[in-house]
Design a protein around this ligand. Structure first.
Ligand code: G4P
Length: 280
């Protein structure tokens, strides 16, 4: 299976992001904690090279906590500030405020030495589609506003959300595209559901996922579907089709429907907390 994906509005979004980036002190990049490498566009390192950098491992609630700890360590070793976040329920959001101050400590110090005391830090959120940028912005802005008792202050032109007296956040996130440097990256992005399923073959994709789960998270499929996992993914899929009564007219297994169950269950965290890649 080949993964190719070229959205038409990519260039425009990138140019817009480059412009927005000039206005901020710190870039908050969201990655999906289940695929921190594959959901990161390496071009951002060049685009944001003079900015303070924070990486949020979002959807940490769905990722394998042991692997997440390894990723956190690996990213911090590369000089990034990191926070584990669940943007849906707000876990980790408070920590982001603290880390913004840490990441911008030099700028704050520089301002102070020039006698500038009250200039807020300006931040923007970036990431590939579906990593949770909008959810994060809503939760982050919502929480901060209740905490400080302020309504988001909106100015004309660029829309900034005033989080508190120290931080302003650009209200629209910068969109990056995943970099399909190899097929494994495309495959993992497809597993988590960030490539339109219409351009993929769900049955083939589910077989690849079953194969991965059987070797890395042995038992996750048998626990969910009450089946025998075997070394042959097609056989495992047949077992799932049987248990879930996925039958076509005439009584043959409906493999596509069974594949849909597997992909959907994985994407919604019903197969457990699973991470698809480890740091080098
Ligand atoms: P984007 O702006 O980067 O494109 O992503 P968006 O916020 O639209 O989030 C994409 C999906 O990921 C949404 O689910 C959202 O609820 C979910 N999501 C975001 N952050 C987290 C998180 O930390 N943990 C979990 N488990 N999910 C998260 P959806 O199914 O597309 O929409 P909805 O059902 O929430 O309405």
């Amino acid at each position: 299976m080949h993964f190719q994906w070229y959205p038409g509005h990519m260039t425009r979004a990138r140019r817009q992001m480059q412009e927005d980036m000039k206005l901020v002190d710190v870039v908050i990049e969201l990655v999906d904690a289940r695929i921190p490498h594959s959901s990161k566009n390496p071009d951002i390192d060049e685009l944001a090279k003079n900015k303070a950098r924070i990486i949020l491992l979002n959807k940490a609630d769905m990722a394998d906590p042991e692997k997440t700890a390894l990723w956190k360590e690996a990213l911090e070793a590369k000089g990034f500030f990191t926070v584990l976040v669940n943007s849906r329920n707000g876990n980790g959001i408070g920590e982001v405020h603290k880390v913004i101050q840490e990441a911008c400590a030099k700028k704050i110090e520089r301002d102070r030495s020039r006698g500038i005391m009250n200039r807020p830090i300006r931040a923007m959120v970036v990431g590939i589609p579906n990593v949770g940028k909008s959810t994060f912005i809503n939760t982050f802005a919502g929480k901060a506003c209740t905490k400080t008792g302020n309504k988001p202050g909106v100015t004309k032109g660029k829309q900034w959300i005033r989080l508190n007296k120290n931080v302003e956040l650009l209200d629209t996130p910068g969109i990056l595209w995943p970099k399909f440097e190899d097929q494994a990256v495309g495959m993992r992005i497809a597993f988590i559901g960030s490539i339109n399923d219409e351009i993929l073959n769900p049955r083939e994709l589910s077989l690849l996922l079953i194969d991965f789960l059987h070797s890395e998270y042995n038992g996750a499929l048998s626990a969910r579907y009450n089946i025998e996992e075997t070394d042959d993914p097609a056989e495992t899929l047949a077992g799932i089709a049987g248990k879930r009564a996925c039958l076509q007219k005439g009584g043959e297994y409906d493999y596509d429907r069974a594949a849909g169950f597997v992909l959907d269950d994985f994407r919604n965290g019903r197969l457990g907390r699973i991470t698809l890649e480890s740091p080098e």
